[in-house]
Design a protein around this ligand. Structure first.
Ligand code: UTP
Length: 273
């Protein structure tokens, strides 16, 4: 059973300035719900009960969001607005929330290592809330947990990206063992298109076995001078099975303007129109 999930949320969100100057990127709303809440709901759907945030300076709003707001709740109690808080109340009831801070932004691998204190020595999920995922049936993380139950190994979610965009992603190479499921043989972080072995890009959903922490500790900074989780998982794949899963559903990169607008239109069309 996978119970724990980390939400790295320490990044500066520079692509979204000035909106992210004083507000965490993860609190940007998609219609009327912050990105991070969609991510936590996706985790809960998959059976997660312990949520850990790797946060940083200026991210206090995330803690406040996953807490009770007595004054506000008292104010709207009994009114027709009360139902607007029912989703977040359900989330708070179903999970525990823990926080740790990444003191320096040294990359996603380093953020995940910072979260070791929250997850301990057991397999755990990682959700990057700025990758908004949607599927009409099972959520993307739930699909991955089902595979984890069967294979008990690290799994990364992948999608095909245009060949000229491989330098924005970690790229996976591997053997397809069943439709949409690859046994990873190699991973490269942000390869230029001419050096990319495939166009299978890692997106912000991972399940990792805890041996990943000792691997991260041995890594030197990689692409962009950051400690890259892709490098750690690639190292892990040399000694044990790692899977890459072409998920069912859609992903929007809400760290980019186009992805954010796309997700907003999608959610509005699906749930609010
Ligand atoms: P991004 O590459 O999107 O970085 O990180 P960012 O800082 O959030 O955004 P930009 O590029 O400056 O606009 C991917 C995810 O990894 C987390 C981020 O919070 C985001 O969820 N992250 C990244 C960390 O928690 N710590 C890091 O050191 C780097």
């Amino acid at each position: 059973m996978l119970k724990k999930c980390l939400f790295p949320a320490a990044g500066y969100g520079t692509r979204f300035l000035p909106a992210t100057k004083a507000m965490p990127k993860e609190m940007l709303p998609i219609v009327n719900k912050p990105l991070i809440q969609y991510g936590v709901e996706e985790a809960i759907e998959a059976g997660i009960t312990e949520v850990g945030f790797v946060s940083g300076r200026g991210k206090r709003a995330i803690e406040d969001h996953f807490d009770i707001s007595y004054e506000l709740e008292h104010q709207i109690a009994g009114s027709d607005k009360e139902c607007l808080l029912s989703d977040i109340r359900d989330v708070i009831d179903q999970c525990t929330f823990s926080y740790t801070r990444q003191l320096e932004m040294k990359g996603l691998g380093h953020a995940i290592l910072t979260g070791e204190t929250l997850v301990g020595n057991e397999p755990f999920g990682v959700i990057l809330a700025d990758d908004f995922c949607a599927n009409s049936d099972s959520g993307v993380f739930k699909q991955m947990v089902e595979l984890f139950t069967e294979y008990q190994c690290s799994i990364v979610a992948i999608e095909e990206v245009p060949a000229d965009q491989t330098d924005k992603y970690g790229i996976v190479e591997g053997k397809e063992i069943q439709e949409g499921l690859f046994k990873v043989s190699n991973m490269i972080e942000k390869p230029a298109p001419e050096f990319a072995p495939t166009n299978l890009a890692i997106i912000g959903r991972y399940i990792l076995t805890p041996d990943i922490f000792s691997i991260i500790r041995t890594l030197n900074p990689g692409a962009n001078g950051e400690i890259q989780i892709t490098d750690a998982i690639c190292e892990q794949a040399k000694n044990r099975m790692v899977l890459a899963y072409k998920f069912k559903g859609r992903r929007f990169d809400c760290g980019s303007l186009e992805g954010y607008v796309g997700a907003t239109n999608y959610v509005y069309d699906e749930y609010h129109r």
